[in-house]
Design a binder for this molecule. Structure first.
Ligand SMILES: [Zn+2]
Length: 64
């Protein structure tokens, strides 16, 4: 049973923007090491994939 006060980190489809909190869509949250991963399937557009929360990003600085 899902707690009524529980909300996943993913609330909207990254493809069409429709809410994935409705019972027809799927959001399964799990952990890989220190990363929080949400498998998401949108019932409106059919997009499915994994969304990973990133806590730190390392990038290069592009010269101007
Ligand atoms: Zn969608």
């Amino acid at each position: 049973m899902i707690r009524p006060d529980y909300h996943s980190a993913v609330r909207f489809c990254p493809c069409c923007g429709h809410s994935v909190e409705q019972k027809e869509s799927i959001v399964i949250e799990y952990w890989q090491g220190e990363h929080n991963v949400c498998f998401t399937w949108c019932h409106v557009c059919g997009w499915r994939g994994e969304i990973t929360e990133i806590k730190r990003v390392t990038t290069t600085e592009i010269p101007e």
